[in-house]
Write a protein of this length. Structure first.
Lengths: 251, 942, 289
């Protein structure tokens, strides 16, 4: 018996392209802006102008260095928000039912008016996707912009999460990952999309696309260029011959 | 129990109204939709900001700063009323005064100056987006001392581009994102085209095209690059010339393109010792001559039907003339540019340089693309198709903010041109009003006459020594010494030298320093501490050495404390602004575009838009163009000016909806113009016809379109200048030719650096002994210079900045993350925390720019992390090179353009015990505004 | 995990309180009247005091009743039910002892079982969390239960039981530590699985924000290894060794009180370590092991 729906009609989620994310934090702030003004209580900030400002964010962009054994170090920007897990431990631990997974689309939400702010769901989430708002005392998490994606007051093309709409690099994709024919599912197939912490058994809906292999030019690039001539001054001779071959040249 | 879920309101009302305007959280100028909602008091307030999908710049996306605009418009740091200094300069002690009093004070200072010695006003503006207006105002006032921030920003990039090809990277052009297959980025962390570059990189990656990043630091764009070239700072010129070496040597250059569109076939006199040596052979009209390959005869370059010969030489009057391409072959085929020779200096293995060259050649020549578009060139020849070499380049301050940056940027342009990839499909494309060759830009003007306007615009492009801004006695006419032998091609002025020179009285003393939107007492100055001292220094009589300072800012910045009179500006959502084609417009390669800002909210403080204040002040001063014959104001305010001012008949600040509302580019003023802009989302776009979209400098259809838009007065086809003759003219002067002669101490430098073909030279290292580590800054994508830190959301992203140190130096110095180091340069020292970074050039350290803050500024608590753990690298960078005992003040600038050489900094690092806070620490300034609340729970709607 | 005072107090006090109730339910010691009253008041003060302490860490304690709704899935909700039921059952049972001088032993056994169950549910709140490998083990309920039983025995004056139980608790505690120290490494969750980044060693570079945040405050708490080792010794000494010695020595009220107080302090130290040493896997995203 579980409080999670046995199955959801769709599995809406995000696909994040680590090959393209430039780490600009646009998604972080647009998320903050939208979700402060919309769903539930505002995302508050403590000591916003003081020594250690600290606020609630539903999406944060990490960065990691990858050091291959031989080869140049790489840097990867890594946005992370709720992955809307199919087996979401954050939902089953919740004592009040405030945390739930929507049966229509699989979005994991917190019903703030039921939340007692016990914090257990945040403990249960292995990804750090939940933050207890210090001013409001309720749990906050990515809503997948549930108040945008079906919103009749928005033009059709804007019915996507705020972070997706704003991402300048186009590194964030939104769609139904339960539908194998959706654009996002195809992208995941084509690019080898993967789960975060699969061993935690959460079955995340969101997928990540790996960075493409880097620094391959010397191995995989074009063959080295050969000089047109080895003779000293031979370049001008080559130039003359080459010019003759141009349209309008002397044949 | 079955699953249980509440009912949700899935279609909440998003806002009461959407007002569309232009972002100014940075200089990229994206279109924004400002969602308004009634607040608790019933007044409409900004509730949410998103990108405008129709806008040509950002097409709907928005960066972090743009989305955080709401925290800027409501920032506790906003100035609230005009301020008059009551304590000593730098203390921050002010009293609030009325606008009437403020304007009276300013008029009382500026009017007598104008009547006696207008050059004693130095009016310098920062990243001003109204330069065509502020410059015009300064011209009407009559002072030669006007410029904006370009000199300390990227004038090398602008000038090298414009002299070479009539346009530059910066905001003047962009890669052909839709067609390029290989994109190579030199020295860019963020750039002005913030969103377009990200969108572009995203698009080419989605297509599977490749990116190469050349940068000592692998973050951001360089992190997503497929290949990283972690170059040693300051050596890009050498790397690029080495690429040119390999490409030329293997014949991988576009001869057809070079012959048709560049001065590669132009003929250079080989007449050592004469005043003609190195100049181009021209006809009686001054047109460069080439040899027609078909007929073998001399002909003007633009002769219909001519086939300029890249190889033929010419003898005339005992002088041999050789084509530019010969000179290039001679220079660049030399072994001194072989990858194996430059590898160590550049910090890049020779094999890698060869691999990059091979990849460039492969994509340019084996993957050439063709668009089925007919076009006609300036010689009247019709082309059935547009051929593209889909390799594109972009570069910015990483190559330009070095004292060899002009020549490095030139080298990069020459590389692109050799490949035939400029203004072709898949290559680099200009944005209107570019292309625009240096010859048709204005020349600098500097003749000040008491009580009268200046003799012409301040800034421009010199063509030779005769155009320098020198007084009759040969001394600099301008306070910043722009357009002098020190830096002849300083097309944007040298804002970073103004305070230093004014303080030194070199070349002369000034009376009033008037600054706008430039945080000169902090992050935008080199030698920050020294500048603070210069601003507060007094002479024997106890008077300030710089007697008066007027400053306009919108926020409580560090610079505010150093002004005698502060004119508080509005925020960007509270005023009219104009992003004009006369200025730094927002065009795209396929379209001309301009935009406005308009007050989407009314200010709730006693502040006024600076441009309107300048108009008011101009009226009080009776400046021509601002008052009519009766001394009455011509323009009520800036909005009125934007609509009704005409630079030339029919041409005004805004190009859209002119005349009866149908005019584009040209037309009489239209009183309804601003309403049309607002209806259209705050911007205007005019698309370039398809057949005019590429080959713009030579494309007859483009030239005609540009004339129609008012960008040119007549068609202006020209050749790309691989060989830049104006540089040679300065060399000739240095060799002793001509009337205007450089001072002796500069002769050798001019001869060495102002080479008409790109060269690489090591920047001046005198006095740098023992300082061997390169130290750089990068812009964080989510912060704009100093303004970001007042923003409650943004400052959580970058609240302090470590010094990033490469793994090797961490090991060498026994450092671990969180340790502190003393970083010193010949000029000073700072003590800061470190963090390790592996994806970094082995001999380079860096930090984020402008995160460090002065205590008391920006309405932050005095213990704000920006002030206690954040720091500025600027304390280590001096505006002058170390003294050489010759009594001369050698600027830390590019010798050709005066570009501030921020990135030439060399340091050493030593591990030290952690101090209580980062050093140097300064006494707090008194805040002229309150500090912010302890908790933010922002919500406008219910 | 952040060793919050409220959760340390809650688990320690209520563990002891319910532990005492277990023994009282079994009629050990077989008290009635005033003596029973004192024992029950002590047990209730501890159990209820612990529960009240736990409410301090709620954002909205006034909505506390909602926590009873999800007993089918949530161990926290079950703990609510278990504790309330236990307290009611034991109240009736206690009322019998105190006021009617009668021991309804069936009810007592039921109460004891419920008390045990309550401690079990408390421990399961932590045990269920896969995200905290140190807790995600059968040893966690074992530890909670044996400590509760031992502490209860101690309070109930069941020296015969208390000594072996205390020693047993010490053994389980050591086992929990030993297993716990390797738990994260054995969990299979690593920087690589967290980020999915392959092709080289992964190192956290810049954190997402330079400032602190809820996750770091709540989930990423780092104790120095030496400090932890010292505290472990202290915990064992106070929780097990001192009480055992006190109990072995000839009985005196002073020694008994000392045994109880020492045990209480020791369990608190143990609980502090239980939280402070527990590595939440989210720390991996922040480069914290
Ligand atoms: N170490 C180091 N130093 C550098 C650089 C570097 O790379 N490294 N880069 C240099 C470069 S390229 C530049 S362009 C400079 C930039 O330096 P600045 O141009 O000084 O940049 P800001 O800090 O943005 O300061 C501009 C001032 O404008 C004010 N302002 C903002 N909005 C408004 C407004 O609407 N109206 C008015 N009136 N004022 C406003 C801000 O409050 C601030 O005080 O920094 C330079 N300094
Ligand atoms: N978010 C944001 N956007 C901005 C600004 C901002 O403050 N914030 N400022 C605006 C302004 S005024 C400007 S001028 C532009 C500047 O935009 P950029 O040109 O991107 O300027 P920087 O951030 O200084 O980045 C310089 C880059 O050059 C690299 N570099 C330094 N030396 C060398 C070198 O010798 N060779 C190479 N190949 N690389 C080198 C540095 O590592 C860094 O990545 O950005 C504009 N856009
Ligand atoms: S990511 Fe975390 S919060 Fe989101 S569904 Fe999964 S477990 Fe729950
Ligand atoms: S914090 Fe709120 S949503 Fe999370 S488990 Fe507790 S009651 Fe449920
Ligand atoms: S989907 Fe919405 S709530 Fe979730 S991270 Fe994106 S913007 Fe934030
Ligand atoms: S907005 Fe896009 S590119 Fe920027 S950090 Fe977020 S995902 Fe990455
Ligand atoms: S790049 Fe960002 S800050 Fe700059 S104008 Fe665009 S949205 Fe505004
Ligand atoms: Mo700049």
């Amino acid at each position: 018996m579980t409080q999670l729906p046995t199955e959801t009609d769709r599995k809406m989620g995000l696909v994040i392209d680590l090959d393209t994310c430039v780490g600009c934090h646009a998604c972080v702030i647009s998320c903050k802006g939208w979700n402060t003004e919309n769903y539930g209580a505002p995302l508050s900030d403590q000591s916003p102008y003081g020594a250690d400002p600290s606020g609630t964010f539903l999406n944060r962009v990490h960065s990691y260095e990858v050091q291959p054994e031989d080869g140049l170090a790489q840097l990867v920007h890594f946005p992370k928000s709720c992955l809307h897990c199919e087996d979401a431990p954050c939902v089953t631990v919740c004592p009040t039912g405030a945390s739930y997974k929507r049966v229509e689309d699989g979005i994991v939400l917190v019903n703030e008016s039921d939340c007692i702010g016990c914090g257990l769901c945040a403990w249960a989430c292995p990804y750090g996707a939940r933050e207890l708002d210090a001013a409001e005392g309720v749990m906050k998490k990515c809503t997948l912009c549930v108040d945008r994606i079906y919103n009749n007051n928005l033009p059709e093309e804007d019915r996507v999460p705020a972070c997706v709409r704003t991402c300048p690099a186009g590194a964030r994709h939104f769609g139904d990952l339960g539908d194998p024919d959706s654009d996002v599912s195809r992208l995941v197939d084509a690019r080898g999309g993967f789960d975060l912490m699969p061993e935690q058994g959460t079955k995340p809906v969101n997928k990540y696309l790996p960075p493409r292999p880097k620094d391959r030019l010397e191995q995989a690039g074009a063959a080295p260029l050969a000089p047109v001539t080895e003779e000293p001054g031979g370049f001008l001779g080559w130039l003359d011959r080459a010019l003759d071959r141009l349209p309008g040249g002397r044949h | 129990m079955s699953h249980r879920q509440p009912d949700l309101e899935l279609s909440p009302k998003v806002s009461d109204e959407v007002r569309k305007t232009t972002c100014y959280m940075c200089a990229c100028r994206c279109g924004i939709n400002v969602h308004m909602k009634a607040g608790p008091d019933g007044k409409e307030q900004v509730a949410y900001i998103e990108g405008n999908r129709d806008h040509p710049v950002n097409k709907g996306v928005l960066c972090a700063k743009g989305s955080a605009g709401i925290m800027q418009v409501n920032s506790p740091s906003r100035l609230r009323a005009p301020l008059k200094r009551v304590g000593p300069r730098g203390s921050g002690a002010f009293e609030e005064i009325s606008w009437e009093e403020a304007l009276e004070i300013a008029t009382g200072w500026l009017k007598p100056l104008r009547d006696e010695a207008p050059e004693k006003l130095a009016f310098f503006t920062g990243r001003d987006q109204s330069q065509s207006f502020t410059g015009w105002w300064a011209q009407q006032y009559g002072t030669p001392n006007y410029a904006a921030h370009g000199g300390f920003c990227s004038v090398n990039m602008a000038t090298a581009g414009i002299y070479t090809m009539g346009g530059a990277f910066w905001e003047f052009g962009q890669p052909d994102w839709d067609h390029t297959k290989l994109f190579i980025l030199f020295g860019v962390a963020e750039d002005h085209d913030s969103n377009p570059i990200k969108m572009g990189i995203g698009r080419i990656k989605a297509r599977g095209a490749r990116v190469i990043g050349v940068n000592p630091v692998r973050t951001g764009y360089n992190a997503v690059a497929d290949d990283w070239v972690g170059i040693t700072p300051g050596t890009d010129g050498l790397l690029i010339l080495s690429l040119i070496h390999v490409l030329m040597k293997s014949g991988k250059i576009d001869l057809d393109y070079l012959a048709r569109y560049t001065n590669a076939p132009c003929l250079v006199a080989q007449a050592p010792g004469t005043d003609q040596d190195g100049l181009l052979l021209r006809d009686g009209d001054g047109k460069p001559l080439v040899i027609d390959r078909a007929s073998g005869t001399l002909t003007p370059f633009d002769q219909p039907g001519a086939r300029p010969d890249l190889s033929a030489t010419h003898e005339q009057d005992g002088v041999t003339y050789r084509p530019v391409l010969h000179l290039m072959a001679e220079r660049y085929l030399s072994d001194e540019y072989a990858p194996e020779v430059v590898a160590e200096r550049c910090g890049i293995p020779a094999q890698k340089i060869r691999a990059v060259a091979a990849e460039i050649a492969r994509v340019a020549f084996d993957e050439a693309i063709e668009l089925d578009r007919e076009w006609t060139d300036f010689r009247g020849e019709k082309h059935a198709r547009m051929i593209g070499r889909p390799v594109s380049f972009h570069a910015m301050r990483g190559i330009s903010a070095h004292a060899n940056g002009f020549q490095t940027a030139r080298a990069l342009h020459v590389l692109q041109i050799l490949l035939g990839t400029v203004e072709v499909p898949g290559g680099f494309r200009f944005k209107p009003p570019y292309p625009k060759p240096s010859e048709i830009h204005p020349k600098p003007h500097c003749k000040a006459t008491p009580g009268a306007p200046l003799d012409g615009p301040h800034l421009g492009f010199v063509q030779g020594p005769e155009d320098l801004a020198l007084k009759p006695d040969g001394s600099p006419a301008r306070i910043d010494k722009a357009f002098t032998w020190d830096n002849p091609m300083s097309a944007h002025g040298l804002m970073h030298m103004v305070i230093s020179n004014a303080h030194a009285g070199d070349p002369y003393k000034i009376d009033t320093l008037f600054m706008y939107m430039a945080n000169m007492a902090w992050n935008s100055s080199m030698n920050t501490k020294g500048v603070m001292e210069m601003l507060t220094d007094t002479d024997e009589s106890g008077e300030y050495v710089i007697p008066r300072i007027i400053y306009s800012d919108a926020y409580s910045s560090e610079m505010v404390a150093y002004a005698d009179l502060v004119l508080p500006d509005t925020t960007y959502l509270e005023r009219h602004d104009c992003i004009s084609l006369l200025d730094r417009p927002i065009c795209e390669a396929d379209a001309a575009a301009d935009a406005i800002r308009w007050p989407v909210v009314e200010p709730d403080r006693d502040v006024r838009g600076f441009q309107s204040v300048l108009i008011d002040l101009g009226v009080r001063l009776g400046l021509p163009g601002l008052v009519d014959a009766d001394g009455k104001a011509i323009y009520a305010d800036y909005a009125d000016y934007i609509v009704n001012h005409q630079r030339k008949p029919g041409i005004g600040p805004l190009a859209g909806w002119r005349g009866d509302g149908t005019g584009a580019g040209r037309g009489v003023p239209n009183p309804g113009q601003l309403d049309r802009y607002i209806e259209n989302g705050g911007f205007f776009v005019s698309h370039i016809p398809e057949e005019a979209a590429y080959y713009k400098p030579w494309n007859a259809a483009y030239q005609d379109w540009a004339v129609g838009m008012g960008l040119y007065d007549s068609p202006q086809p020209y050749l790309f200048q691989l060989y830049v003759e104006p540089l040679r003219r300065f060399q000739l002067a240095a060799e002793g030719h001509g009337e205007r002669q450089p001072p002796e101490h500069l002769r050798a430098r001019i001869k060495a650096t102002m080479d008409p073909l790109p060269i690489w030279y090591e920047t001046d290292q005198q006095g740098n002994e023992g300082y061997t580590v390169n130290a750089l800054t990068q812009r964080p994508m989510a912060m704009y210079h100093s303004w970001g830190s007042q923003n409650a959301w943004l400052r959580q992203l970058h609240g302090h900045n470590p010094l990033y140190v490469p793994t090797k130096l961490m090991r060498d110095h026994g450092l671990r993350d969180g340790d502190w180091v003393r970083v010193s340069s010949p000029h000073g020292q700072i003590t800061v925390p470190v963090m390790e970074m592996a994806a970094l050039n082995d001999n380079t350290v860096w930090t984020w720019n402008a995160i460090g803050k002065r205590k008391g500024a920006w309405a932050l608590e005095p213990d704000a992390s920006e002030a206690t753990r954040g720091f500025l690298l600027n304390h280590l960078i001096h505006e002058l090179l170390p003294p050489r005992g010759d009594g001369l003040r050698w600027a830390n600038s590019d010798p050709i353009t005066g570009q501030a050489a921020w990135f030439d900094l060399k340091v050493k690092i030593e591990k030290v015990a952690p101090p209580a806070e980062s050093q140097p620490a300064f006494a707090p300034i008194a805040s002229p505004v309150r500090t912010g609340p302890d908790v933010l729970k922002w919500k406008v709607g219910k | 995990m952040h060793p919050a005072r409220s959760v340390i107090l809650f688990t320690t006090l209520s563990g002891l309180g319910f532990g005492l109730l277990i023994w009282l339910g079994f009629g050990l010691p077989a008290v009635t009247g005033w003596v029973a009253f004192v024992f029950f008041v002590l047990a209730y003060l501890l159990a209820v005091g612990g529960l009240i302490a736990s409410a301090f860490h709620l954002g909205h304690p006034e909505r506390g009743l909602k926590a009873f709704t999800q007993w089918r899935t949530s161990w926290l909700s079950r703990e609510g039910w278990a504790s309330v039921t236990t307290l009611i059952v034991m109240a009736i049972y206690g009322a019998g002892l105190v006021f009617l001088d009668s021991r309804w032993s069936l009810l007592g056994w039921l109460g004891s079982t419920l008390s045990l169950g309550t401690v079990l549910t408390t421990s399961m709140i932590y045990t269920q969390l896969r995200s905290v490998p140190r807790w995600h083990s059968r040893l966690t309920p074992a530890l909670f239960l044996v400590l509760s039983l031992a502490g209860g025995a101690l309070l109930a004056g069941q020296t015969r039981w208390a000594v072996p139980l205390l020693i047993f608790a010490g053994i389980i505690q050591i086992a929990h530590w030993i297993r716990g120290d390797a738990a994260l490494a054995r969990s299979g969750t690593t920087m690589t699985s967290a980020t999915g980044l392959r092709g080289g060693a992964v190192r956290a570079f810049e954190p997402p924000h330079t400032g602190p945040n809820y996750l770091l405050r709540e989930m990423v708490y780092v104790v120095g290894r030496k400090h932890a080792a010292r505290l472990r010794v202290i915990a064992l000494l106070l929780m097990v060794a001192v009480p055992v010695i006190c109990l072995i020595l000839p009985f005196s009220h002073l020694l008994a009180a000392l045994a109880v107080l020492s045990h209480l302090a020791g369990v608190m130290v143990s609980r502090w370590l239980f939280f402070a040493e527990a590595e939440h896997v989210v720390g991996l995203y922040y480069g914290q092991r």
